[in-house]
Write a protein that binds this ligand. Structure first.
Ligand code: 15L
Length: 268
């Protein structure tokens, strides 16, 4: 069985994936928060992402990495800089220096949150971040391309929507991904022989989606879950928004409207 490093393993998505990967991979879990409830096949290595030596100790000897670590929502600049910019550089550099080729990066829909919802985007869509957090995810995608093209890593960036057992609201109906579908995408990134540098969207089989996930499908992704069954209930529970509400127009939802509030005339 391969050993996979799961960074940020103490978070909610980490907990989901630990269950999905049980018996499929040996997992080396890492986080700044200690994880004590280890199951068979799991070990824990503490690592602060700002400390390259600690990150190298975590990556050394694994067969692949799923990098979930970092700050997972909008934060102040220093927080994003440390966890998501310096941390990301350290992750790729540690992988390179310790000879780990396969890296799957948990990018986010917020790397492209300033696309409108009536604009269907695919893996070729350039980033349009909706936040400092989104910028850090775009940075992680760019670093992935650099380490793939220049240093020979094999990198998959998954622009993850919202990971949950059920979609929570109208926006998240369109970007919903179940833990098992996300795990399948991660496994493709870890295993598929033809990966060089790829971008996938982290979503299940969603109707009224604003992403064309044909790149993931071309690598064999077969989502098991469909958002269809939740439509009526979720939409009925959500009060209608006013015309022109930015959180309704743009893919990134509330992330686009926070702080300056966006400049819709300048975006497609
Ligand atoms: C993300 O990238 C976040 O990590 C998560 O907390 C959610 O905010 C999600 O996006 C979302 O867009 O719902």
């Amino acid at each position: 069985m391969k050993t996979i490093l799961l960074t940020g393993a103490a978070g909610g998505v980490g907990a989901f994936l630990r269950k999905e990967f049980k018996g499929i991979y040996n997992l080396r879990l890492s986080d700044i928060v200690p994880i004590t409830d280890l199951s068979e096949g799991e070990t824990f290595v503490p690592a602060n992402l700002t400390d390259l030596d600690a990150v190298k100790a975590a990556t050394d000897g694994v067969d692949g990495i799923f990098h979930l670590g970092g700050y997972s929502i909008e934060g102040d600049w220093q927080t994003i800089l440390d966890a998501n910019i310096i941390g990301l550089r350290n992750l790729y550099e540690a992988a390179y220096q310790t000879g780990v080729k396969r890296v799957v990066f948990a990018s986010s829909n917020h790397a492209a949150g300033f696309y409108r919802r009536d604009n269907i985007i695919d893996h070729t869509a350039i980033p349009r971040p909706d936040s400092r957090y989104g910028v850090s995810k775009a940075f992680g995608e760019a670093m992935g391309a650099l380490y793939a093209d220049k240093y020979g890593l094999e990198v998959t960036c998954i622009r993850i929507g919202n990971v949950a057992m059920e979609p929570a609201d109208k926006r998240r109906l369109s970007i919903w991904v179940t833990p098992r579908d996300l795990a399948q995408l991660v496994s493709i990134g870890l295993e598929h022989p033809k990966i060089h540098y790829e971008i996938f969207y982290g979503m299940s089989d969603n109707k009224q989606a604003w992403w064309d996930n044909s790149n993931a499908l071309s690598f064999g992704y077969q989502p098991k879950d469909k958002n269809e069954q939740f439509f009526d209930e979720v939409l009925a529970a959500e009060p209608p928004k006013e015309d022109g509400d930015l959180t309704e127009i743009y893919q990134g939802g509330t992330f686009v409207a926070s702080e300056a509030g966006g400049a819709p005339q300048k975006t497609r």
